[in-house]
Structures are given as structure tokens and as C-alpha cells.
Design a protein around this ligand. Sequence first.
Ligand SMILES: NC(=O)c1ccc[n+]([C@@H]2O[C@H](COP(=O)([O-])OP(=O)(O)OC[C@H]3O[C@@H](n4cnc5c(N)ncnc54)[C@H](O)[C@@H]3O)[C@@H](O)[C@H]2O)c1
Length: 306
Amino acid sequence: MRTLVVGANGFAGTYLRRELEDNGYEVFGVDVVSNNDKVKVVDMLDPKKADDLIAEIKPDIIFNLAGQAAPSISWDKVLLTMHLNIDISVNILEAVRKNCPSCRVILIGSANQYDGSKAVDGVISEETPLNCTSPYDVSKNAQEDLVFLMARKYDLDVIMTRSFNHIGPGQKTGFVVTDYCKRIVDLENGSIDTFTFGNLDSWRDFSDARDVVRAYRLLAEKGEKNEIYNVGSGKSFYIRDLIGNLIELSDKAKAKVTLPPRLDDDKLVHVRADITKLQKATGFEAQYDVFETIKDVLEDYRKGNG
Ligand SMILES: NC(=O)c1ccc[n+]([C@@H]2O[C@H](COP(=O)([O-])OP(=O)(O)OC[C@H]3O[C@@H](n4cnc5c(N)ncnc54)[C@H](O)[C@@H]3O)[C@@H](O)[C@H]2O)c1
């Protein structure tokens, strides 16, 4: 099977290439930047380049992981976020319908699309209402609407995810775990003297990126055409515990910063993904321990890879 990973040099794209290679796929990777010969440089915002690429490879499966992935950054880069998160998917679908109309396309949405306040008992299913609280959310909801509109009109085979937080070495700053890893390493190397904490008092669904990309592969193999799937661990993690664990791993941080007092348990909102639909379709179970993963992320930042 010929697979094309778009955004192949990014955080999740790098893990996905490995996952596909380990499972016997022929993998073509493209990204707008590349530091290795396995990933070809193609700007997928350019419709002609996207068309030429897909005409040449004629993949059986395309995964689109390219985009602007950080909701916080989307406020400073509104139009860039819209372009990257919508236009690339449209360019891919246009090229697929012309060159390889039976190709399956996996497109990545986000848990941020949901209205978290409408979670039932802290659980977010694919039926939970959507809401936008950042330009990133708008881009992902618009992507989803356009993708399904085009899939219906041209009878394309698409699967959309709504992916929850994922972490692992290789992730850039702009996300809660990596932002604190960076601060801890900055403390350790003396470039800052202390730091303060933002809101740590929420429970969220986190996964190791290796689990997430396995779910993407399984969806490509076993998912239903034109469906949306939550991708997450199905488990809720207290952000204070994750960050508290990171602080415990650093003597400098333990000496220099103090976690703010915790809220009473009854004031905390627990949110996790309902992954029943993913599990029924694919048999997916998360395999990695997120508390081990955050140690690896901190080590990655200590090596200067963040
Ligand atoms: N990281 C998370 O926790 C998370 C959670 C939910 C959803 N997602 C989604 O998963 C996807 C992948 O996220 P990530 O964390 O790997 O992001 P990332 O920023 O690490 O990777 C995105 C990649 O897209 C590439 N890219 C940007 N513009 C391009 C262009 N014009 N042509 C080709 N490639 C281009 C970038 O160079 C980068 O390598 C995104 O759609 C993101 O919104 C991520």
C-alpha cells in the first residue's frame, strides 16, 4: 500500500512515518521544511504542487497532518492558521478527485472543536456540540465542514478525527507540557531565575503521540468512510499532577518554584474523550503511560531538541 504523509516532518508526522514503515507500508513524506531525505519539500498550499505530487505518487492512503497546530498561536496568526488548516486539505481533496478518486484520506481535527461545557459527566463523544473559542477552532470546524461537503459531492473516501492532546519528544512549545519543560530547562541553564504558573486546575485527555498515530493507522485500515472519530486515551489527567511530576524531576525547579494551592476536588472539571466509536471500529487501546512520556519530553528539552 502506498501512503502519503503530508506534514511528515512535524511532531505527529514523524511518529506516523515510523508507525507506517514498521507496519509494512510504502511511505512518501512531504513537508514545507525537511531535514532528511525521507521527506520531500513540497508547499501543499500551492494547488499545482499538491496536484503534481498526488498525480505522481497516486497513493492508496493520504494522511494530512500539516497545519498550524497550536490554538494559543492562532490568535497571533489568524489568517495563516486558516490557510494552513483549511487550504491544504482542500488542495489534497481536489488532487485526489482528479488523480486517484478511490484514495482514502485521513484528516486531523481537534478536541478543541468541542464545547467542553457540554460534556456529559466529563465525557466528550462525537455527538457533543461544537463551539469555537479560538481561530484554531474555527479553522478545524471549517475544515471539517468543507471536507464532508467535498466528499459528498465527489464521492470521496475521507475520515476525520477529532484528536485530543498528544505529547512526546519532538513536540514544539505552545502546548502545556512542552511550555513547562522549556521553563524548567531555562531555569536549569540559568537563562531565567524563576517562573509562575498558569491555570493548572483542569483534567484533560492526554495521549502519547505513538498511541495517536497508531489510531490513525488503524482508522485508515478499519474506519468507516465519511465518519468522524475521537482519538484520545479515554483517560483524564490532572494537569497539576503532570506539571507537578515534571517539577519533581528537576532539583533546580524544586528549589525555585512553588506550585499554587490546589482547588477543591468538587471545583474541578474532568474532561476525557469517549473513544468507544474508535475502539469498536479498530480495537484501539492506548498502550503508553503518559507519566513516562512527560519524562521523555523533559529529557528531549534538556538535550536542546525542543
Ligand atoms: N499536537 C496535539 O496535541 C494535537 C492535538 C489535536 C490535533 N492536532 C492536529 O494534528 C496535526 C499535526 O499536529 P502536530 O502537533 O504534528 O503539528 P506540527 O506543527 O508539529 O506539524 C505540522 C507540520 O506541517 C508542516 N506544514 C506547514 N505548512 C505546510 C505546507 N504549506 N505544506 C506542507 N507542510 C506544511 C509543518 O512544517 C510541520 O512540520 C495538526 O492538524 C494539529 O492541529 C494536534
